[in-house]
Design a protein around this ligand. Structure first.
Ligand SMILES: Nc1ncnc2c1ncn2[C@@H]1O[C@H](COP(=O)(O)OP(=O)(O)OP(=O)(O)O)[C@@H](O)[C@H]1O
Ligand SMILES: [Mg+2]
Length: 449
């Protein structure tokens, strides 16, 4: 925005532009009208002078029948009294004025600028009389200019009226047309303040109607996304709670008994030492060793859960093995089979992270929802060069749910789509659940549909 320039609203600019065009047309129209009027005045005066000259010529010709020429000449000049455009003057031999006809008084007062702009150069015709005198005819534009001035006034009044009506119409139309935009601005402010229920009425011209409809769709979409985020947040909090409760249970169940055992054995050793049965102490010490060994195993498993192997730290194969080992430890009744023939160099870090997350969610889902006996994880390169991940279980299966049931499937779809890959989820009629993902690799930048 330029500093110092007044910022005009769209409405003011529209009205200003239209008024400017109207004013320019008015100016051009007036200039043309003046030019035309000037031509008309000149033509009218020429014609008048011509007719008057003919009258004088005829009068002088008739002098032959007149006994008193001087009287006849005065009558001829007086005949022009009240003429609108010409005056006749009778001169004697010496050039003195003997008589002059009077001009019809003009009905309008013509401003000086109008007269100097339109009045043609003065035209005169002189007729010599037999007695040496003369009759001089002169064209006077005053009456003609008064007529034109009056006509111009009428035209300007009409144009002015048109001007005012047009400006009022423009004002009304722009006000109506821009009203939806004001509504839209107010709704946007509500959205900015976090009120996604803000909607606008779809009306007005088609362009603005389309804008309003698109805005409403956007607001609905934002509201849906906001609700989804809120659910996700809640679920994250619940997950955290579950995870902590799980951990507390594990510590209690897995470590507590062994700590108790260590305590008992330590007390036993004390008693054996007091009573002098030292040969039995070795067995107690072994029992303490065993208990500590068990506790170390459990603590390692808990640490493994708290800090799972990540692909970027250990390599994808090892990270997947870590996931499988985690579940195998918790569900020894399920047969886990993991197999990878894919060279990891073909995958970038994002692809590895994505595959890791897909395996993590698929294994969790299989154990949680499928109750399977066997889960297979296979990672390979398909003929097109794309990386293909398949996680299949032989559990009870389920119809693939619509979106919005959980976040796992939606998250998997989003991650795969972000890489330009494809995800398929299938559940057979006899049960079982299979997740297959194809991801682009360095060897196959685009995944075939
Ligand atoms: N291996 C599976 N066997 C049977 N049903 C499954 C399997 N995987 C997913 N489902 C079904 O698909 C639904 C959606 O799975 P999704 O992972 O999106 O959500 P969730 O596991 O219920 O919750 P979340 O993953 O958000 O914690 C599950 O509720 C379940 O009904
Ligand atoms: Mg899930």
């Amino acid at each position: 925005m330029r500093v110092g320039m007044p910022v005009l609203s769209l409405r003011s600019r529209l009205i200003g532009c239209i008024l400017l065009v109207l004013a320019a047309s008015l100016a051009v129209g007036s200039a043309m009208a003046l030019r035309n009027a000037s031509r008309l005045v000149a033509a009218e005066l020429d014609a008048t002078l011509e007719v008057a000259a003919q009258t004088v010529r005829d009068g002088i010709d008739d002098f032959a029948n007149e006994p008193d020429h001087a009287q006849a000449a005065r009558r001829l000049v007086a005949g022009f009294d009240g003429d609108r455009h010409a005056t006749a003057t009778l001169l004697d031999r010496a050039g003195n004025t003997l008589a002059r006809s009077s001009l019809h008084p003009p009905t309008e007062v013509v401003p000086g600028w109008f007269r100097s702009l339109l009045a043609p150069s003065p035209a005169r015709v002189r007729f010599d009389l037999p007695d040496g005198g003369a009759i001089v005819l002169a064209a006077d534009p005053l009456n003609e200019l008064a007529e034109r001035w009056s006509e111009l006034g009428d035209s300007l009044r009409q144009l002015g009226l048109f001007f005012v009506l047009a400006a009022a119409a423009v004002l009304w139309i722009t006000q109506r047309a821009l009203r939806p935009l004001h509504q839209l601005a107010r709704a946007l402010e509500r959205i900015e303040a976090g009120d996604y229920a803000a909607h606008v009425e779809v009306r007005g011209p088609p362009e603005i109607g389309r804008l309003a409809a698109t805005f409403n769709r956007m607001a609905t979409q934002l509201a849906t996304t906001e609700a989804l985020n809120a659910r996700l947040h809640l679920q994250l909090l619940n997950l955290q709670e579950e995870e902590r409760a799980d951990l507390a249970r594990d510590l209690h169940d897995d470590i507590g008994p062994f700590l108790f055992a260590v305590n008992v054995h330590a007390a036993g050793i004390g008693k054996l030492a007091e009573t002098g049965r030292t040969e039995e102490i070795a067995a107690q010490v072994r029992a303490i060793h065993d208990a500590v060994g068990h506790m170390q195993g459990h603590v390692k498993a808990i640490l493994g859960r708290l800090r799972p192997a990540r692909p970027e730290a250990f390599g994808l194969g090892e990270a997947i093995d870590g996931l499988v080992a985690f579940w195998r430890h918790r569900h020894p009744d399920i047969a886990f089979v993991a197999n990878s023939t894919l060279e990891e160099e073909a995958l970038d870090e994002t692809a590895k992270e994505t595959i890791y997350r897909l395996v993590q969610e698929s294994l969790t889902n299989a154990v949680r929802h499928g109750r399977p006996q066997r889960i297979e994880v296979a990672l390979a390169r398909d003929p097109s060069g794309a990386a293909r991940l398949r996680v299949a279980d032989d559990g009870r299966g389920a119809a693939v749910p619509a979106q919005g049931v959980g976040f796992g499937l939606a998250g998997m779809r989003e991650r795969v789509a972000a890489l330009g890959g494809q995800l398929a989820v299938e559940s057979g009629p006899q049960g079982g659940w299979t997740v297959t993902a194809s991801l682009p690799t360095a060897a196959s930048p685009l995944v075939a549909p």
